[in-house]
Ligand binder design. Structure first.
Ligand SMILES: [Zn+2]
Length: 536
């Protein structure tokens, strides 16, 4: 039981109210422990005087596993998407130690687990796509609420998922049936006769009743379309106080007319006002950076629209019962109005949201940019002059259509620690993550302070994963395998009988073949099942 003392670091631990105080941290068996009550000699001491110490970074919305990435690697090798073995090293190399993949089709879960098992150094989990799933939609239509809860609980257990993801609720199915975009959230989904509103409200309620640690994670209808802020506002209001997480909110904050792409403007301030007043909602930003990126989305109508717009090849896979993932390359350019505005709107969100506990840093990797852009985005948030130097080169209309130029706020290190560590841990319901109090997992990032925040956050001095040093003096060292988090909500097996019958009648895969066996998770070493069904 080797005892490690990390001595005299300048600690930023927002969850425990420590803001830049010099503290010692004691680590034993992969956990932070309370300082010994009697004088004790540690087995190892590392002096962190003058260095900044934070919990390991946590990404609440990324795409690091699954078939869509493989299609992208085949179709677009120039996009240089890292292989799983490299993904883990790149994240850990920035001091990130936990990553959530936000969109896995239930039938593709097995493949995703193999990718995650090949991803070293970080802890991981994924969300399963359910908002265009035929059986889910039919249960909502027929108001079979108990069966809906039972089915979702079973599906999460079978696929070893962590939570549920709503991508363009009902809209993908509507497009597949009619080749038309879904209307507002009260429009009817072709073939089902229910509305996006019903899907959103019922799934958010089911996630809450199941006591999932992370609430329904929503990618709203009409991503990227001018005027979509009204859909996003209607979705926020539809939830009427329920917990929910809004994915890559930047992409859903546009004014203007859908018929005229040149009319696009920021309506982020209006949405943020609404968001500030609904404390049960959280969001990740989905910031874009100028340069190459890769569109990777389960929103098939959107992928198809972008492919027509750019003339780039599109790969899209659909699974029985539920949409899969499409991919196509993107390039964000400063001289394009829409891209300039997207860059500005992400920063508007980060700078205007009052409570940093409710917003998380993300680029929706690889959609807005690679996760490797995080240090540069931190620099944009902490250094107003740097931000203004980029702002002045943007498309000239951006100045009239975004308030970013008027925002002087600069983030503190404590606020950065909040949006990249403490808040994401709380959003995901991971009680042992995102803080440095006794009982926390000893996932720790140590940075050398510098006014060049990009450099500071790109190259940590040391990183610890579960108490093991994996970066020492900026060099990789050691090989720790991360854990897989999944949930095990309880369900009544009677509620599942109709699903088994339905799957036998309409499906090509026997219901039990959905389920992952324990031995199939072997690569993930000690998966951690989190209990759900806590009274919420
Ligand atoms: Zn995403």
């Amino acid at each position: 039981m080797s005892l490690l003392l990390l001595k005299s670091g300048t600690v930023h631990d927002p969850a425990n109210g420590i803001d830049g105080a010099v503290r010692d941290l004691w680590v034993q068996e992969g956990k932070i422990v309370a300082p010994p009550e009697v004088p004790t000699d540690p087995d190892q001491v590392l002096d962190l005087s003058g260095l900044v110490v934070m919990p390991g970074g946590i990404d609440v919305h990324s795409h690091i596993a699954g078939l869509g990435l493989n299609h992208a690697r085949l179709l677009y090798p120039s996009a240089n998407l890292p292989l799983p073995s490299v993904t883990g090293r790149l994240y850990a190399g920035m001091g990130y130690t936990t990553v959530l993949d936000a969109a896995i089709a239930p039938l593709a879960a097995r493949h995703a687990h193999f990718d995650l098992a090949a991803t070293p150094l970080i802890d991981k989990a994924f969300l399963i796509l359910v908002a265009n799933h035929h059986y889910v939609l039919s249960l909502i239509r027929e108001k079979r609420k108990e069966e809906l809860k039972g089915f979702l609980a079973w599906l999460l257990q079978a696929t070893r998922g962590f939570g549920i993801k709503l991508v363009n609720p009902g809209g993908t199915e509507h497009w597949q049936q009619s080749r038309a975009d879904i209307g507002e959230i009260d429009a009817s989904v072709a073939g089902f006769g229910i509305t996006p509103r019903q899907i959103i409200v019922e799934l958010a309620a089911a996630a809450e009743h199941l006591g999932l640690p992370h609430p329904a994670h929503i990618h709203c209808n009409h991503l990227g379309v001018p005027g979509n802020w009204e859909t996003t506002a209607a979705t926020m209001k539809a939830l009427s106080g329920r917990r929910a997480h809004f994915a890559h909110i930047q992409f859903h904050s546009y004014g203007g007319s859908p018929a005229d792409p040149a009319s696009i403007e920021s309506r982020a301030p209006d949405l943020i006002e609404l968001f500030n007043r609904q404390p049960a909602l959280t969001a990740d930003v989905g910031h874009v950076q100028f340069g190459p990126a890769l569109g990777l989305t389960a929103d098939t109508p959107l992928a198809h629209y972008l492919s027509r717009l750019t003339g780039r090849r599109l790969s899209t896979s659909s699974f029985e019962l539920e949409a899969g993932c499409g991919c196509l390359p993107l390039t964000y350019k400063k001289n394009k109005l829409i891209h300039s505005l997207q860059w500005a709107i992400g920063l508007e969100w980060l700078l205007l949201v009052k409570d940093p506990w409710r917003i998380a840093l993300s680029t929706d990797h690889p959609n807005g940019a690679s996760f490797a852009a995080y240090p540069d985005i931190i620099h944009l948030l902490m250094d107003r002059d740097y931000r203004k130097s980029v702002w002045k080169d943007l498309h000239p209309l951006t100045r009239e259509r975004s308030v970013l130029g008027q925002l002087d706020r600069q983030y503190t290190l404590q606020e950065i620690a909040t949006i990249t560590r403490a808040a994401p841990a709380r959003m995901l319901g991971l009680a042992n993550k995102g803080h440095l109090g006794p009982g926390a997992d000893a996932d720790i990032a140590v940075y050398a302070p510098s006014s060049d925040r990009r450099k500071m956050f790109a190259l940590p001095r040391h990183v610890f994963k579960s108490g093991q040093m994996i970066i020492e003096r900026e060099e990789p060292r050691g090989d720790v395998w991360g854990t897989l988090f999944h949930v095990t909500p309880l369900f009544d097996s009677h509620a599942l009988a109709p699903w088994r019958e339905w799957q036998r009648s309409f499906g090509t895969i026997a219901p039990d073949r959905y389920a992952m066996a324990d031995e199939e998770l072997r690569g993930n070493r000690t998966p951690v099942a989190l209990a759900a069904n806590h009274p919420s």
